[in-house]
Design a binder for this molecule. Sequence first.
Ligand code: NAD
Length: 468
Amino acid sequence: MASKRLMNVTTPPSALFLDNKMGVISTCPPLNSASAADIDTAVANARRAFNGEWGAFTGEQRGVVLNKLADLIEQHTQEIAYFESLCSGTPISFLKSTMPSVVSVFRYYADWTDKYKGDYFPPEDGFCKIVEHTSVGVCAGVTAWNGSLHFLAWKSAPALATGNTVILKPSEKSPLGTLSVANLISKAGFPPGAFQIVAVITRFIWAGDVGASLASHMDIDKISFTGSTGTVRKVQDAATKSNLKRVTYELGGKSPAVVFEDADIERNLFWCTFGITGNSGQVCTATSRLFVQESIAEKFIEATLGADPMSPETQYGPLVDKAQYERVRIYIDDAQKVLSPVVGGDTYSVDDYYVAPTIFLNPPSDAKIYREEIFGPVLCIKTFKTEEQAIALANDTNYGLAGSAYTQDIERALRVSRAIRGGTVGINCTSIASPQVPMGGFKLSGIGRGLGEYALRHYTEPKTIVIK
Ligand code: NAD
């Protein structure tokens, strides 16, 4: 059995066999054990590439290799989705339908490589000023298991487009899809050290060590982290205590969906259901608190209960592993001591970690299921009378990642979406990530933004040059 593993870019994932239930590798190719020394090697490679071959690439050349990588990922979608599904349990249909957006992110940033220009100010005061966007240097990315391939693209593409080198570490719970992409990096034409993947392929307690080594490394200039608010505090601490490396964080949420009486219920039911059952609720932007205007509450809730979670559109799969399954069950079981769910509360199959979509009506405002991120298919529904009340309920959370407003009144839609304290608000849909627009959170949901032009700011240092 494998113990602690670090894989490098050349290891073929097709040689691996992962037992999802046990969470261990039963057969493994010869690999090096993960250690701080491995991270030192990866960082030394990245620094060498930054100061050497990769650093000498023009913007146009960087665009060529990013586009080539996008093409290769597109050609290998089937295989990459297979490996991702194998370890994460995410339905392959869901992965295949979302893989094109991974490819789009690489293409989007390939287009930016020679366009992220700086600024110039004329010498009205006797000094001519030029502002350049300089690469930050060696960047580390640490990602969560629920969308490994997206986070791979979101973190590496803007960093590489702006001339940084990247060391990316997927979660130990879902490393295989990312490792399939690792096989394509050198084929795309990246020079050695420019873009490296390091992966731990076990779920034991020390699986976080490699991420911790990246966070505390003295020669990493920036870390971008996607994960839980618990782990990010360790990352923040390590970044502060080491070299004050730059940080950006994409964290959790407890996002609201607000349904007004004038909403087109039939049209919006899909989005409300998808908002909590997509990837079985293991989505950072899941709308796990739903507020319905009192006048339509009965009709809407009835329609919600009638939605079929097992339909192909819902793409319903198991939770990622035993630990996540147990975590979600504890939330449901604890809540059931005082509340009866109006739907669900059961387990489809303990062996496969399926949890039925579960809805609690009007939980108390201090209930754990209402306040904490569960990261599973558990929805809390409350009713409201007025728009002001709906906004107050929506914002009554420590998180601020996303939200939705359902109404046919455009003025109300804009008013409410502005009032919701969240990074992305969907009007008549759940929040959707797109390469062009920033993604990230207010409050406990993160620092900084991924995607769009905004992400480029996090991977560059503005430098002012003053000329007399
Ligand atoms: P997690 O915090 O347990 O792990 C995230 C990553 O951190 C993993 O790669 C893990 O190996 C690594 N890690 C563990 N200990 C570490 C340490 N001491 N130092 C550095 N890295 C360490 O999170 P998870 O369970 O994998 O993911 C679920 C969480 O991620 C949820 O809270 C979810 O909301 C959040 N998330 C946020 C977004 C977003 O874009 N905002 C997207 C997806 C998931």
